[in-house]
Design a protein around this ligand. Structure first.
Ligand code: HSE
Length: 337
């Protein structure tokens, strides 16, 4: 399977290292032999028609260098050109997210689909801005489009609902979808630690968005809720349809009072027909959504299965590569390449 990696930040490097480490496992257990034929970012492209050798790839990933600085790379803004011209089966779009414009990921995904390449992405922006458009473009081009890694990091909630729960109608979605805010609320509750201090910790752990107000004010949760709503509730939702309140006003005292009453305060995203909302909510301790630390959790209400909840790590390069790899293996099985 010939792959183009677009974006060589934490996720692109993390996936590259996982592919190299799991080379034998993927071949033996899945019959999958992935070949990275190009790595490209906004600075340049490294193309190798035979596939970049694993050891070289790992060394490059660990170097932390931008693509233009890698030996043998072509310099310049050549992302679209590379996606179009290099022969490949799948484009992995892993550039930083922008939930307002969707760019640059949105353009990359369109170019990939228009050049008849299947797409896997972790990028929330393009899905939030143009979900229906991308879904329609994939169908009209006859290409596959997978985005498990865009919501909940390692939690395979989208494919779980679309495949194993396919006979159900999803009636409602509720989730703790942001690791940063959950970490902040947990630490404030456990230690009475001040907001600014625990936010700084979340930033140091590499969990928070570059602009952490996206986490704190609920926009990251809202973006993930929009993606889940579009994929699982078959509603054409946009970010502007979500009523959003973040966690700035929550104090350690409020969390303690809630806990004394057997409740946790969580930033919950909730969606059903006619209602999309992100706000701090009281969740009974011991319930599936009362997860601590950086964990995420999602509960689906379904007509047949009634209720299914799933918990796991919502961020991190290794955790996210679990979902990216899951999508890759799924395409390998679907397409036989
Ligand atoms: N900032 C996000 C979070 C990263 O804290 O959950 C994963 O999307």
């Amino acid at each position: 399977m010939r792959l183009i990696l677009v974006g060589f930040g934490n996720l692109g490097r993390g996936l590259g290292i996982t592919l190299a480490e799991k080379q034998e496992f993927l071949k033996k257990r899945q019959g999958l032999v992935p070949k990275v034929v190009a790595i490209v970012d906004e600075t340049g492209a490294l193309v190798n028609d035979d596939g970049i050798p694993s050891a070289k790839f790992v060394a490059m990933a660990r170097s932390g260098k931008k693509v233009e600085k890698l030996a043998g790379a072509k310099k310049g803004e050549i992302v679209h050109d590379t996606i179009e011209k290099v022969a490949a089966d799948v484009v992995l779009e892993l550039t930083p997210t922008n939930i307002k414009t969707g760019e640059p990921g949105l353009g990359h995904i369109k170019t990939a689909m228009k050049s008849n390449k299947h797409v896997i992405t972790s990028n929330k922006g393009p899905l939030v801005v143009a979900f229906k458009e991308l879904d329609a473009l994939a169908k009209s081009q006859g290409v596959e489009f997978r985005y498990s890694a865009s919501v909940g990091g390692a939690i395979p909630v989208i494919e779980l609902a679309r495949k194993l729960l396919a006979g159900n109608e999803v009636q409602e979605i509720k989730g703790v979808l942001n690791g940063t805010t959950n970490y902040i609320l947990t630490r404030m509750g456990e230690e009475g630690a001040p907001f600014d201090m625990v936010l700084k910790e979340a930033q140091e752990l590499g969990m928070a968005e570059k602009d952490p107000s996206l986490d704190i004010d609920g926009f990251d949760t809202a973006a993930k809720l929009v993606i889940l709503t579009n994929s699982l509730l078959a509603i054409n939702a946009k970010l502007k349809d979500v009523k959003i309140a973040g966690i700035r006003k929550i104090t350690p005292e409020a969390i303690k009072l809630a806990r004394d009453a057997g409740q946790a305060i969580k930033l919950v995203g909730a969606a059903k027909k006619g209602m999309l909302e992100v706000s701090p909510k009281m969740v009974p301790l011991g319930q599936p959504l009362a997860v601590s630390g950086s964990l995420n959790a999602v509960t689906l209400k379904l007509d047949l299965a009634r209720e299914i909840s799933i918990t796991g790590f919502g961020a991190g390069p290794k955790e996210t590569s679990s979902s990216l790899l899951g999508d890759l293996i799924d395409l390998h099985r679907t397409l036989g390449c």
